[in-house]
Ligand binder design. Structure first.
Ligand SMILES: NC(=O)c1ccc[n+]([C@@H]2O[C@H](COP(=O)([O-])OP(=O)(O)OC[C@H]3O[C@@H](n4cnc5c(N)ncnc54)[C@H](OP(=O)(O)O)[C@@H]3O)[C@@H](O)[C@H]2O)c1
Length: 274
């Protein structure tokens, strides 16, 4: 898909992975611009990809049909205000990857009654092109603009649309925070592997490859997770011994309680940003 001129406001980690993804997807670097207050980050982006960069948000925004907000939530107001005049006049597609800031808040900050805004929630594996991003579009977003937003986020992984913006709080608690849940489990496995006698690099490889293999198995076979787990859990065997301990400690319920806490926190943070 041909991506028209795109301006990324904020030249940090996510901007860098988006530029990498877009360039790999065949997007012309000359059609990509990025702005950031940090000259060093801009020079790096320019040298690596040949994209247009500026310390001034308005300079990169000019003539862009898509504006991507890639700043931290606390910087969104300032960033949006700096280009509000252009947005009000040209009505480009706005794609926000800013965690927790609702489309209504973005509209309010920009002084828009309605606006073509797509809000998305990627996760950290996007940094290596393996992200999972959920997207939500306001009513003013056209079918073509939805395709564009999807293509941009697909350059750093998989995407899925949601119809109700409130569900982004669930997405945040599952796939947004999700990498930390899996990595936390992997940390625990790695530590016990070392305690039981494996040397550190071996423990690390076993854990990481097992996580990757399990996720790939679930993805490729499309079998139910419970079925795949049962396949490893033979009666009287080692996995059953482990699950007896996990079940006695009500591990499943504790994990679900933790995810509910993340969901509630996401809702609270969204209210603070309004
Ligand atoms: N990293 C992820 O995997 C991930 C996942 C989900 C969502 N997100 C969301 O994506 C957004 C960006 O995350 P990130 O990890 O890329 O953050 P980051 O590395 O801190 O990048 C943000 C950049 O924006 C710059 N900035 C601050 N104010 C600005 C302004 N007014 N105009 C232009 N640029 C400005 C910052 O400069 P200074 O450093 O000088 O302030 C920084 O370089 C966040 O809202 C985050 O919640 C990230």
């Amino acid at each position: 898909m041909i991506i028209p001129k795109i301006a990324i406001i904020g030249g940090g980690n996510m901007a860098s992975s988006l530029v990498t993804g877009l360039c790999h997807a065949g997007c012309n670097p000359k059609n990509i611009g990025a702005s950031d207050p940090n000259r060093y980050k801009l020079t790096r982006l320019h040298r690596k990809f040949g994209i247009h960069t500026s310390l001034d948000n308005m300079t990169v925004t000019k003539e862009s049909q898509i504006i991507v907000f890639a700043v931290k939530p606390q910087h969104l107001r300032e960033a949006a205000k700096s280009i509000a005049v252009f947005i009000k006049k040209q009505l480009p597609l706005i794609l926000s990857i800013v965690a927790g800031v609702r489309t209504q808040t973005i509209q309010k900050v920009l002084g828009l009654k309605t606006g073509a805004i797509v809000r998305s929630m990627p996760n950290t594996p996007a940094l290596i092109g393996q992200g999972m991003t959920a997207l939500y579009a306001t009513r003013a977003v056209s079918v073509q603009q939805k395709r564009l937003a999807e293509a941009i986020m697909q350059s750093v992984g998989c995407t899925a649309w949601i119809k109700d913006e409130a569900l982004l709080d669930v997405v945040t608690a599952i796939s947004g925070s999700g990498p930390a849940y899996f990595l936390g489990l992997m940390e625990a496995l790695e530590a016990v592997a070392i305690e039981l006698g494996l040397h550190s690099p071996m423990a690390h490889t076993l854990v990481v490859q097992t996580a990757l293999g399990s996720a790939t198995l679930a993805l490729k076979t499309k079998k139910k997770l419970s079925h795949l787990r049962a396949q490893v859990t033979s009666k009287g065997g080692t996995t059953e011994a482990a699950f007896k301990v996990l079940n006695a400690a009500r591990t499943k319920e504790i994990i679900q309680k933790a995810v509910r806490a993340a969901f509630l926190r996401s809702k609270q943070l969204g209210l603070v940003e309004e």
